[in-house]
Design a protein. Structure first.
Lengths: 113, 116
């Protein structure tokens, strides 16, 4: 079945450091790919998405490129801030338009000043 | 602001009792809502798809009689954990999307259930 594998956390960085959170997926066809963020005490929020191969999603300085050849959707940010501390989830939506999402386990990021 | 409201945000109950969790779409109608369960250090697992006006669709391995879902209106779905046990302690999250195609999913803030 469809699955998402996300790098294990937690990740601790200093402010202004470069961030990469790896995400790979297993799915048939061309799923849509998402990154969600969960700030402490809050629900999940969509951070960015890509719906076809080679698409790049970006938002708030975060980027991720849909790589079909490596079945990856790694999240990157050039300079993290303390306010980026949260749990990040990679997710896929199977091809076909079903609203069901398959999530990775989440990666907790802590950014220290 | 939040477009999906979930209530309560946390609840503690005794074994054997039932707990109801509400999920409301605040400014849109949602014919479909989703209920997820999140274990510590685990991903969100889809439990069921809540369909307005009809029976919920449960994922494999989820007990229908244990987790009762009612979607009585276009803005409200409820999840009732019946005869709760400590192993039901978890974080439950709902999500909903507007009816338009390719509308994003909006998530509630989740409910932390602790069964003692």
């Amino acid at each position: 079945g469809d699955s998402v594998t996300q790098m294990e956390g937690p990740v601790t960085l200093s402010e202004e450091a470069f961030l990469t959170i790896n995400c790979t997926y297993t799915a048939t066809g061309y799923p849509s790919l998402f990154w969600y963020v969960q700030y402490p005490g809050e629900g999940l929020q969509l951070l960015l998405k890509a719906t076809k191969a080679d698409d790049k999603g970006s938002n708030k300085g975060f980027e991720a490129t849909y790589r079909k050849e490596t079945t990856s959707f790694h999240l990157e940010k050039g300079s993290v801030q303390v306010s980026d501390s949260a749990v990040y989830f990679c997710a896929l939506q199977p091809q076909g338009g079903s609203e069901k999402l398959v999530f990775g386990k989440g990666t907790k990021l802590t950014v220290n000043p | 602001g939040a477009v999906v409201s979930q209530h309560p945000s946390w609840v503690i109950c005794k074994s054997g009792t039932s707990v109801k969790i509400e999920c409301r779409s605040l400014d849109f109608q949602a014919t479909t809502m989703f209920w997820y369960r999140q274990f510590p250090k685990q991903s969100l697992m889809l439990m069921a798809t809540s369909n307005e006006g009809s029976k919920a669709t449960y994922e494999q391995g989820v007990e229908k009689d244990k987790f009762l879902i009612n979607h009585a209106s276009l803005t409200l779905s409820t999840l009732t954990v019946t005869s709760a046990h400590p192993e039901d302690s978890s974080f439950y999250i709902c999500s909903a999307s507007r009816s338009a195609k390719n509308s994003p999913l909006h998530f509630g803030n989740g409910t932390r259930l602790t069964v003692t």
